[in-house]
Design a protein around this ligand. Structure first.
Ligand SMILES: [Zn+2]
Length: 289
């Protein structure tokens, strides 16, 4: 007769662990969240934080009525990229004016500010507004304007005004960098890991090790697999579809395709729930809730 050996595993919620085991559990999860579990959603949150900080300094309409996550953005301005580590820069592209950035120290001769995303940050260029129109009878063709012509006395932007505006923009970008950096640090923090553990209902062994299910689980228990498939698509135009478009593009469309690699790993239930959420799917779809 085959012998059936039944073992039991006691699993704990985070709060049920000892203080030491909780610390171990939180540290391990925080480390994963900051590295292998870091994903596009985290980057998106950083970008939103940077953008929202800029909007706050610029006093962009809507910044005080919307929160960071639902703020619709600064019209005509895009946060293109950033380096929160050694690079220490934020790349912003677009045009600032009195409408989208009323909080800047505008002076009459200033028209707009052009931001260009460079390799290591943002270039700031102050653009002078159009001066007053010439009112001379001779239409400005003579070398000097008449005494009463407003163009004669127009001085335009002074160096100090240019410097003042440029500095205000640079300071705003620096403050946004700090906000982005703080968000990145928060997402790597124990506090964030604790929230993540709770919302994903993770379970642990007594020593704080994340519980991934019994090794020899019975076949009736739901298993979770993550398969990464690398597909090469060849065409006369770049392929721009998403997952659902790949099959039709290859079998009925103008593309040739081949699978280059297939990698499958088994994941635990909380990981599967998190992965499904990242896809925009409900964890319940694969019984991972
Ligand atoms: Zn004139």
């Amino acid at each position: 007769m085959p012998k059936v050996i039944t073992t039991t595993v006691t699993v704990y919620q985070l709060a049920e662990l000892t203080t030491e085991a909780q610390a171990r559990a939180v540290e391990a999860i925080a480390e994963k969240l900051a590295s292998v579990w870091w994903d596009d959603h985290d980057n998106e949150a950083i970008g939103e934080t940077i953008r929202y900080s800029l909007a706050g300094t610029f006093k962009t309409p809507g910044h005080d009525t919307y929160g960071c996550g639902d703020f619709p953005g600064i019209p005509n301005v895009t946060v293109v990229g950033w380096d929160l580590d050694r690079g220490q820069y934020v790349q912003v592209k677009g045009t600032l004016d009195r409408t989208n950035a009323p909080g800047l120290p505008w002076v009459d001769p200033a028209g707009s500010i052009i931001l260009t995303d460079g390799r290591n940050g943002t270039e700031v260029e102050i653009i002078e507004a159009d001066g007053p129109d010439c009112t001379c009878d001779h239409g400005g063709w003579e070398s000097t304007h008449d005494a009463g012509c407003p163009e004669r006395s127009y001085v335009g932007l002074t160096d100090a005004e240019i410097e003042n505006l440029a500095e205000a923009v640079t300071d705003a970008i620096h403050a946004a960098w700090i906000a982005g950096r703080q968000e990145a640090e928060y997402k790597s923090s124990a506090e964030y890991a604790r929230e993540w553990i709770e919302s994903n209902e993770m379970e642990f062994l007594e020593d704080g090790t994340a519980y991934a299910g019994p090794a020899g689980r019975p076949s009736t228990e739901t298993q979770y697999f993550r398969t990464v498939v690398v597909v090469e698509i060849l065409g006369n135009t770049p392929f721009a579809g998403d997952a659902a478009d790949i099959g039709p593009a290859i079998t009925e469309g103008d593309y040739s395709g081949a699978v280059l690699s297939h990698t499958t790993t088994e994941v635990d239930r909380p990981s599967m729930a998190a992965l499904l959420t990242m896809h925009g799917s409900e964890p319940g779809f694969l019984q991972a809730d």
